[in-house]
Write a protein that binds this ligand. Structure first.
Ligand code: COA
Length: 287
C-alpha cells in the first residue's frame, strides 16, 4: 500500500522524509509520516532541492514524473498536495544553469517534456492542491497552475518572469493562466513578468486563497475537507469539470452525463442514500 511504503521509507532515514533510492541533491518526497492519523488518503509531494531552490532540472523532472505515475494508479490517494521543504521557495522554475548547457534542440525537447509532465499532474484523477510557501516563479508557477487548487502563504511570490529572460512561459503558462485569471490579466502578468505577493495573487484569482500563515497548513485543511466526500464522485467531478471546460456547453453536458453514469452503479452512491436515511455519517469505500 502506498502509505505503508512511505512510512517504511521515512523510517529508513534520519530526516524522516526521503527515500534512500533518491539522490540527495534532488530529493522528491512522498510522505505521510508527520501525523499519520491526519494523512490517511492524502499524498504529499514535497520538493526539496535547496541548492538550486527546487529548479526544474532533468533529474528533478524525471523523479517528479515517476512519482506522478505512481500516484495516478493509487486508489488509496484521495488528495495530492504539492509543496516545498525549502525555506521561502516553492520552485525557482527552469534550471537556468542546466539550461545554459543545452543545445537549441535539447531545450526544445526538454521544454516539451516539462509541458507533458505538468499535463500529467493536471490529469491526475484525484484533486490536487499546490501549497505555495515562497517563490513560485516561471516553471515553478506553471507547476502550481497545473494543480486544481492553489493556496498561497505569507512568504509566497508568484510570477511568470520568462519574458524578462527573452523567452515565454513554455510549460503551459500561456494557456493555463488566461483560462484561470482571464485574458487581460494574463497578458499583463506575462508581458510585465510582474511578481505578485499572496494577497495580490488572490485578488487576481491566481490562487484560491491567501493566508497570513503557512499555505501547507491551509492546504491540509482543505484536503481534510475533501476527504469525507465520495472518492469516485470526486474523481468524476474533476473529470467532468476539466473536460467540460474545454468544449462548448452542450458537449460539456454530455461529458457530465457520461461521468454521472459511472457513479450510478457504485456502492458508495447507495451508501450515501442509506446513511442519509439512517441519519449517520456515510462510510465510503471508493467502489
Ligand atoms: N536555476 C538554477 N539555479 C537557481 C535557480 C534556477 N532557476 N534559481 C536559483 N538558483 C540557484 C542560484 O544560482 C544559487 O546558486 P549558487 O549558490 O550556486 O549561486 C542558489 O540557487 C540560491 O539562489 P539565491 O538567488 O541566492 O536564493 P534566494 O533564496 O535568495 O532567492 C529565488 C530564491 C528563487 C527568489 C531566486 O533564486 C530567483 O529569483 N531565481 C530565479 C528564478 C527565475 O527567474 N525563474 C524563472 C525561470 S524561467
Amino acid at each position: 500500500m502506498f502509505s505503508r511504503r512511505l512510512l517504511q521509507a521515512a523510517a529508513t532515514t534520519t530526516t524522516g522524509y526521503c527515500t534512500k533510492s533518491v539522490p540527495r541533491q534532488s530529493r522528491l518526497l512522498f510522505t505521510s509520516s508527520e501525523k499519520p492519523e491526519w494523512y490517511e488518503g492524502i499524498a504529499v509531494v514535497s520538493f526539496n532541492r535547496p541548492s538550486t531552490r527546487n529548479a526544474l532540472g532533468k533529474t528533478f523532472m524525471s523523479q517528479f514524473r515517476k512519482g506522478l505515475a505512481e500516484l495516478r494508479f493509487d486508489d488509496s490517494v484521495r488528495v495530492v498536495i504539492v509543496r516545498s521543504l525549502v525555506d521561502r521557495v516553492f520552485c525557482a522554475g527552469a534550471d537556468l544553469k542546466e539550461r545554459a548547457q543545452m543545445s537549441p534542440s535539447e531545450v526544445s525537447r526538454f521544454v516539451h517534456s516539462l509541458r507533458a509532465s505538468f499535463a500529467e499532474l493536471e490529469a491526475l484523477p484525484m484533486p490536487t492542491i499546490a501549497a505555495i510557501d515562497g517563490a513560485a516563479l516561471g516553471g515553478g508557477l506553471e507547476v502550481a497552475l497545473a494543480a486544481d487548487l492553489r493556496v498561497a502563504g505569507a512568504a509566497a511570490k508568484l510570477g511568470l518572469p520568462e519574458t524578462k529572460l527573452a523567452i515565454i512561459p513554455g510549460a503551459g503558462g500561456t494557456q493555463r493562466l488566461p483560462r484561470l485569471v482571464g485574458l487581460a490579466r494574463a497578458k499583463e502578468l506575462v508581458f510585465t513578468g510582474r511578481v505578485l505577493d499572496a494577497k495580490a495573487a488572490e485578488k487576481y484569482g491566481l490562487v484560491n486563497v491567501a493566508v497570513d500563515g503557512v499555505a501547507y497548513e491551509k492546504a491540509l485543511e482543505i484536503a481534510r475537507e475533501i476527504l469525507p466526500a465520495g472518492p469516485v464522485a470526486t474523481r468524476m467531478a474533476k473529470l467532468a469539470i476539466d473536460k467540460g471546460m474545454q468544449v462548448d456547453i452542450s458537449s460539456g453536458m454530455a461529458i457530465e452525463q457520461g461521468c454521472y453514469a459511472q457513479i450510478i452503479p457504485t456502492e458508495d452512491r447507495l451508501e450515501g442514500l442509506r446513511a442519509f436515511r439512517e441519519k449517520r455519517t456515510p462510510v465510503y469505500k471508493g467502489k
